[in-house]
Design a protein around this ligand. Structure first.
Ligand code: AMP
Length: 448
């Protein structure tokens, strides 16, 4: 974590021994600013508006006091009827939900409270079973939670604490109606906590519609891109972006790169192409089954996957510390997304680099980003990838050229199968007609 509040300890915030023990086991020595401010407010039972992004320690800021408040009335009964859902945390993405629920388990390790995850993209039944067994805390994404409501597999009438996490993201993603439906299902008397990185009018309106005299706590943004992240833009033709990416990863020996693209399909295709070119890559986006997303993220975090290609939405809520390289393969249409994207690197004072590929059509987008940040991004053309110089592309390597020739041969044989070379190719089981061109492919000899 970056900032610490001097002279504040977790003990002085009024947390009970079981929680302090869990915090120490996590290796936290001091509360972060958001924790120091939020914990006493939540412990006092007040509504809270928290202006904080992921990465500031906000999860512990609400989870620790939430656990304490629930534990004050916890019971050790195994009866599901005695474990109504008492706290509900809503998040915009499955990844964030998983991280928050994991925090509930970690921080609540020495407390007898049960939590479960409810999100889409995975089977309903295991969630139904978990809810039936009785849980105190549900961490959910809005759509799947409403599916459970409709099937009457969750009862929200006894919720005492509601947390809306990353509220601005939820609104961006169009969840406002779902949120309002969920709010209508909760008892009127409850504690409300809302966290958001930004507070546009819509969030203020939403907050004022259901919160009671909330206390506002605010922490500085995690980092300002201008300070921590080295930014560079490479002008390049759109059709050569993939080649440029593979070139940069290989020549600079980048080990862990998060690449942003605009579409899910584009993410899949790019990951497959890079992997074929020897750069082990995977894609993460909303159409992937949840376990595939979880696996992709885990393999990226532990270094098995070198490049993770993501869409903006999938990348939200990913807690990947100190990424060395972020690549904007496609520039975002919304300039603010650029700031979110590059905020994934250079965290906690670590040095990070954000690289943007800018095709001619994307120049206006880059200009909008520069206006938003009020600074210019250095433009650097990479030799061999100058825009408009497609022919300057390095000569294909010998095996590459052979593959090209084989492909061309196959295509012309499909059109005219009775040509002599094609008849010979058929007899030879599909191999090219002609003399072997390189010593590497000695097996490819003159036709019989
Ligand atoms: P969050 O903003 O809640 O996603 O937290 C970001 C990261 O900070 C997580 O990996 C936490 O484990 C870590 N963290 C939270 N609180 C502290 C603390 N007081 N000291 C050190 N690390 C922390």
């Amino acid at each position: 974590m970056q900032e610490k509040v001097i002279n504040t300890s977790f003990e002085s915030l009024g947390l009970k021994a079981e929680l302090l023990r869990a915090v120490t086991e996590q290796g936290y020595t001091q509360p972060t600013p958001i924790q120091a401010q939020a914990i006493p407010v939540v412990l006092a039972g007040k509504d809270l508006l928290g202006a904080a992004q992921t990465g500031t320690g906000k999860t512990a800021g609400f989870m620790l006091p939430l656990l304490q408040r629930l534990s004050e009335k916890a019971n050790a009964s195994h009866s599901p009827a005695r474990h109504p859902v008492r706290a509900l945390v809503i998040t915009p993405t499955r990844e964030l939900a998983a991280q928050v629920e994991e925090s509930a388990r970690l921080y609540g390790k020495h407390i007898a409270l049960k939590s479960t995850l409810v999100y889409g993209g995975v089977g309903m039944q295991p969630q139904v079973d978990a809810l039936r067994r009785g849980v105190d805390i549900v961490v959910a994404t809005p759509g799947r939670l409403l599916d459970h409501v409709q099937q009457r597999t969750v009862d929200l009438r006894q919720v005492e604490i509601l947390v809306l996490d990353e509220a601005d993201r939820m609104l961006d993603m169009g969840f406002i109606h779902d949120i309002r439906k969920i709010l209508a299902l909760l008892p009127a008397k409850r504690q409300n906590l809302l966290f958001s990185a930004t507070f546009p009018d819509e969030i203020r309106k939403l907050a004022s519609s259901f919160m009671h005299s909330p206390v506002t706590v605010e922490v500085a943004r995690r980092n300002t891109p201008a300070e921590l992240v080295a930014q560079v833009a490479h002008p390049v033709d759109g059709v050569r972006k993939r080649e440029l990416l593979a070139h940069l990863v290989k020549t600079n020996d980048w080990k862990q790169v998060l690449v942003f693209v605009r579409t899910k399909h584009g993410a899949n295709r790019l990951a497959q192409q890079l992997t074929r070119e020897g750069v082990h890559s995977d894609a993460i986006h909303g159409n992937k089954a949840q376990n595939a997303r979880t696996r992709a993220l885990a393999e990226f975090k532990d270094g098995r996957t070198r490049v993770l290609v993501a869409t903006d939405i999938a990348a939200r809520g990913l807690d990947i510390e100190a990424l060395p390289h972020v690549v904007n393969y496609d520039l975002p249409h919304v300039a603010e997304d650029y700031v979110h994207r590059i905020g994934r690197t250079g965290r906690a004072g670590a040095e990070g680099e954000a690289v943007s590929f800018v095709s001619a059509e994307e120049r206006p987008l880059m200009a909008a980003i520069e206006r938003l940040m009020n600074r210019k991004v250095e433009q650097k053309t990479i030799q061999g990838f100058e825009p408009g110089t497609r022919n300057a592309r390095p000569e294909p390597t010998e095996p590459h050229r052979q593959r090209q020739q084989q492909r061309r041969g196959r295509l012309s044989c499909q059109r005219n199968p009775l040509r002599l070379p094609c008849l010979i190719r058929r007899r030879r089981g599909g191999k090219r007609y002609g003399k072997a061109r390189s010593a590497n492919t000695g097996a490819d000899s003159t036709p019989a």
